[in-house]
Design a protein around this ligand. Structure first.
Ligand code: FRU
Length: 496
């Protein structure tokens, strides 16, 4: 195993040989954990989604990349392009860490269409000779040939007075006649904050102030804030690192949360009548979700399925993490719903209708050739029961999803789902549901990841799973009451 010293992690890209990358790729290609329809790095590490946008008739999505190993080395933006939000073509690196303003990493940011071009805004991470961090907010233009040109000067040279160099992840959005930008920050007293800037020409940025959306302390740093408008209501998605568990309980090392408000007030830089903080995903591995108001009227989101500072089993194979499928956000009864985009149906292949009566014993629902499928189930919610995925023949091992009818909760238990990891943060996640007659589960399984949409997207539970045996594909049902109905589809690989 490589020892990833700091100098190695910051070794310039051009000093790595193509032979090294080819070798890494050939090892990774043999892995049984490689996914069929999720965006994953060819080699090395992927983290936050960046620059999710629609430009020149296509969807564009970039991600934080470190291609040389499964570690957080010097980051770049890798560019993916799609016609349908499902089949993503690998394009190329869009931004490399090659300027004095981003020498130690092209960090996260966003994109917005401006006239004939796509404007990218991102954080340049620089370490000085004392290894002190400096954060610059930078810009670049992408043209219709997908050529990216960096703006040579920094757009924002320094954090404003009262804030530290933990200042990153600009998110651009249009508001009235201006372009606004939300950015993660840390106050000099070490508290997490979101700042809002405004610009007309995208070059001169004026600080409007610190966003007022909560009276609670937001940990020590807020990463990846995203302000979107769902049915005209502001929704702020963000990652408050070090958030006190008393404010909103969470078990992941760092949470990805959201609040919904009634209105965004630019004059007072506030979100009015905000809800409590709510976990965006009730499972294990979602972080740094990026969302945007798409020109077709939908609000689309995509998350990083991975967490900082946790070792994942695929590290041994030289790669790490993936992005979530694309989700559509909506609000009903002041609650945020997340659903897979309709385009996911394009992946469907062989279809099976599921119908029958549940029983006390294990009921085998299906045993596909591989864990690459979509499963929809509707169950009577009057009695408790469990669904087992990625299970072996005897149903001794697998991912267990249990519904508790008494208190209307659902839990995901991965303690027997393959190679354990991140156990210090618990192996079970539990979410509360709203009482309804039926429990509906909409599941996307993709070899080493599982995304579960509960009750039409009322909550989402996501988990990476690293099975030792890829033949563990059985799906069992146990408990519940009455009849169940459902659909099962095998899914094709994405066309790259
Ligand atoms: C979140 C994050 C961002 C930063 C990026 C660096 O995962 O830490 O705050 O811009 O990753 O890769």
């Amino acid at each position: 195993m490589t020892e990833w010293t700091t100098p190695l992690r910051y070794k310039p890209y051009h000093q790595w040989s193509t032979d090294y990358l080819d070798l890494l790729e050939s090892v990774i290609q043999k892995s049984s954990w490689r996914q069929a329809f999720h965006i994953q790095p060819k080699t090395g590490l992927l983290n936050d989604p960046n620059g999710f946008s629609f430009y020149n008739g296509k969807w564009h999505l970039f991600y934080q990349a470190y291609p040389f190993g499964p570690v957080h080395g010097v980051k770049s933006w890798y560019h993916m392009v799609s016609d349908n939000l499902v089949d993503w073509k690998q394009h190329d690196y869009a931004l490399l860490p090659d300027s004095p303003y981003d020498s130690h990493g092209v960090y996260s940011g966003s994109a917005i269409t401006v006239g004939e071009k796509l404007f990218l805004m991102y954080t340049g991470n620089v370490r000085d000779k004392n290894w002190e961090r400096h954060s610059y907010q930078l810009g670049a233009w992408m043209d219709s040939e997908m050529q990216v040109e960096k703006i040579t000067e920094a757009l924002i040279e320094n954090p404003p007075a009262g804030y530290t160099e933990e200042f990153r992840d600009p998110q651009l959005f249009r508001y009235q006649d201006n372009c606004l930008m939300a950015i993660g920050a840390q106050t000099e007293s070490g508290k997490g904050a979101v700042l809002v800037y405004q610009s007309k020409q995208l070059i001169d940025w004026e600080l409007l102030g610190e966003l007022d959306y909560t009276t609670e302390d937001m940990g020590f740093m807020v990463e990846c804030p995203n302000l979107v408008f769902v049915d005209n209501q502001p929704v702020l998605l963000f990652c408050p690192q070090g958030l006190d568990n008393e404010i909103t309980p969470y078990q992941n090392i760092y949470p990805n949360m959201y609040v919904i408000g009634s209105a965004f007030n630019k004059e007072t830089v506030s979100i009015e009548n905000t809800s409590d903080l709510i976990n965006l995903d009730e499972g294990f591995d979602v972080y740094a979700t990026q969302a945007f108001n798409a020109p077709d009227g939908r609000v689309l989101s995509v998350g990083w399925i991975g967490l900082p500072e946790i070792d994942y089993p695929s590290f041994e194979e030289g790669w790490a993490h993936c992005l979530s499928i694309v989700k559509e956000l909506s609000i009903k009864d002041q609650h945020l719903y997340q659903k897979p985009v309709i385009e996911m149906q394009e992946l469907r292949q062989h279809h099976e209708v599921l119908k029958g009566s549940v029983q006390e014993e294990n009921l085998l629902l299906s045993s596909p050739d591989k864990n690459v499928y979509e499963l929809k189930l509707e169950l009577d919610s009057r009695a408790s029961g469990s669904l087992y995925l990625f299970a072996d023949k005897q149903n001794k091992e697998g991912l267990k999803l249990s519904y508790n009818a008494k208190d209307d909760t659902i839990s995901m238990d991965r303690s027997k789902a393959g190679i354990p990891f991140g156990e210090g943060y618990g192996s079970i996640r539990t979410a509360s549901l709203k009482k309804q007659d039926k429990l509906t589960l909409h599941i996307f399984a993709d070899r080493s990841v599982c995304e579960i949409f509960v009750n039409d997207g009322y909550c989402v539970m996501t988990s990476r799973i690293f099975m030792k045996d890829p033949q563990q594909t059985h799906i069992f049902l146990q408990g519940f009451e009455g009849d169940y109905t459902g659909d099962f589809w095998t899914l094709r690989e994405m066309n790259e």
